[in-house]
Design a protein around this ligand. Structure first.
Ligand code: SF4
Length: 242
């Protein structure tokens, strides 16, 4: 689902660059998998992963920025989310940490209404806006491994990972292409002291999710990593807005 047409359009660069709002649905991944949730997806990303499953939110060579995103005042974003039942709000992207100050008023309104805010981030931009950060219950940090196709200096920022770890409100979720990525993740975890860790397979079909989880299970258990499904893929394959 793209940005609902009832939301007002803004030209102010201080407003949220929004890709889509959808829900109620379920969170399919990570520590809150299975919980009823609403999603707020921001537009734009500072990385360019080979296997990105939401390129429409940032890849303006393949998608139209004008069609896929709109600027929307933060209070209208919050009002749209509050139309949905359920406590959990997932702020995702793109890369939502690029818009911390723009998102802060929406986060304040959602928190005041009793919503629990979890932010999904690629882990390259540290929390830098207290007005946003104070309302975030959990950061689900997903650093990218070599198979995502970018140099390490671009996708791994040690000082940012340290800031998330020190927050006490972060978990680390890794997409693995297969068992061949286990050693790279283990070395990254050791080097940066990351935890707790969730691993999940790179997969966009239900059959591939099942196959990928089976391939990762033993190695994950051996290392004390949690395994994440992709419940939305198991239920609805790669249907957008579910
Ligand atoms: S960081 Fe996330 S949204 Fe950005 S390109 Fe990579 S997978 Fe896609």
């Amino acid at each position: 689902m793209k940005v609902p047409s009832r939301l007002p359009v803004s030209t102010s660069r201080g407003d949220v660059l929004l890709c889509e709002v959808f829900g109620p649905t379920i969170q399919g991944e990570g520590p809150s998998a299975g919980q009823v949730a609403s999603f707020l997806r921001t537009g734009g990303c500072n990385l360019a992963c080979d296997s990105c499953d939401t390129p429409y939110s940032w890849d303006w060579r393949r998608f139209s920025r004008a069609e896929q995103t709109r600027r929307v005042p933060a209070q209208d974003v919050a009002a749209e989310i509050l139309r949905h039942p359920g406590e959990l709000v997932i702020v995702t992207g793109g890369e939502p940490m690029m818009q911390q100050s723009r998102l802060a008023p929406a986060a304040a309104l959602l928190a005041a209404a009793g919503r629990r805010i979890e932010v999904e981030t690629n882990g390259t931009i540290a929390p830098a806006c207290g007005a946003f950060d104070q309302h975030v219950a959990l950061y689900v940090v997903s650093p990218k491994l070599t198979h995502m196709g970018m140099p390490e200096r671009r996708r791994i920022r040690p000082e940012v990972l340290a800031a998330f770890q020190a927050s006490g409100r972060a978990v680390f979720k890794f997409v693995l292409d297969g068992p061949q990525d286990v050693d790279e993740l283990a070395a990254l975890q050791d080097r940066h002291g990351l935890g707790p860790v969730w691993v999940m397979p790179q997969a966009t079909t239900a059959a591939a999710v099942t196959r990928g989880m089976r391939a990762l299970a033993d190695a994950a258990i051996e290392r004390g990593w949690n395994i994440s499904p992709r419940l939305h893929v198991l239920l609805w394959e790669d249907e957008r807005g579910r």
